[in-house]
Design a protein around this ligand. Sequence first.
Ligand SMILES: *Cc1c(COP(=O)(O)O)cnc(C)c1O
Length: 394
Amino acid sequence: MSKLIYLDNAATTKTAPEVLEAMIPYFTEYYGNPSSVYSFAAQNKDVITTQREIIADTLGAQPNEIYFTAGGSEADNWALKAAAEAYEGKGKHIITTKIEHHAILHTAEYLKTRGFEITYLDVDEDGLVNLEELERAIRPDTILISVMFANNEIGTIEPIKEIGEIAKEHDILFHTDAVQAFGQIPIQVDEYHIDMLSASAHKLNGPKGIGFLYIRKGVKIRSFIHGGAQERKRRAGTENVPGIVGLGAAVKRAAATMNARAIKETELRDYLIKRVLEEIPYTRLNGHAVKRLPNNANFSFRFIEGESLLIRLDMAGICGSSGSACTSGSLDPSHVLLAIGLPHEIAHGSLRLTLNEENTKEEMDYVVEQLKEIVQNLRNMSPLYEDFMRKEKK
Ligand SMILES: *Cc1c(COP(=O)(O)O)cnc(C)c1O
């Protein structure tokens, strides 16, 4: 196989051709500033409104509750920092989890330096938040609960509706980082009692550098970027019109294809998981078996190093990702894999493969064959494995 097999769709996705096509005229023809008065530019204002409507529609939200941002990280930062600032009169306690994306975790760390107290909820071995632990963590001064909709590493989908109900019962704001879930699984903000939600276009076949934060009407939230009157004066700056058009087109496409994609990807994912677990010994699946994103597979192979595995897979034309130390730029393996209770040495041998709807069974077969060979080769070089096998034989 000479073709590239891209299995890192949780990191980013290919911009869909129809998305790109929708964007191009907003660079070349309709380049006016939406704030300008002449009709040539004013039509750009309308196109932005239309995208807001498309997005709001998929969430059961109102168009004026959608605020465009420069992606998921910005939306996460905005949700936490602005809510903290707007509600600190009520209290300075925030609840989140140990498995959030760094856009949440590092923002929470920053807020800690500003006098906020953060509770990081544990998760179980499948990556699920415990609702009773959440209830116990709530205090009179809790102002915000932020729990991700689905985890980007292990794909586990959290009990968002139940968490939303608990937040509502206690009159606490509820934010969810839905960057991985939005466009993959259905989300309704009212049904789930979500007050704020982050999403990003490049995770759903849209362009990079554009996303949005849903903010429920009535939620007090300060401006994130001061300047012009864009985004209801809350996020200033000339609108990224092509990006917004691309985001809208990607959302429309994702909503229209969601069911078919989920069925196809789940089937392919389960085929991949089954073969890997059956054919490669001393391997485990990370994340919940069923409550998981349709496109996510995450394995730990004992006795090997995820980084070496990625390099060898790359030589075989396969793009994946790992929660091993080198990838994260620190000595510790992924905080998510540690939070689900994996010992360091097992977390180090992990591999995340995230599919898209263009992947085929043939590709999965090739990936399994390559994996079998590479894992065995790496194990043959491992003193730990040699030791283990010697003890097994006794
Ligand atoms: C990718 C990702 C982000 C960051 O989104 P960007 O648009 O890349 O800034 C945040 N949260 C999760 C869960 C993600 O997967």
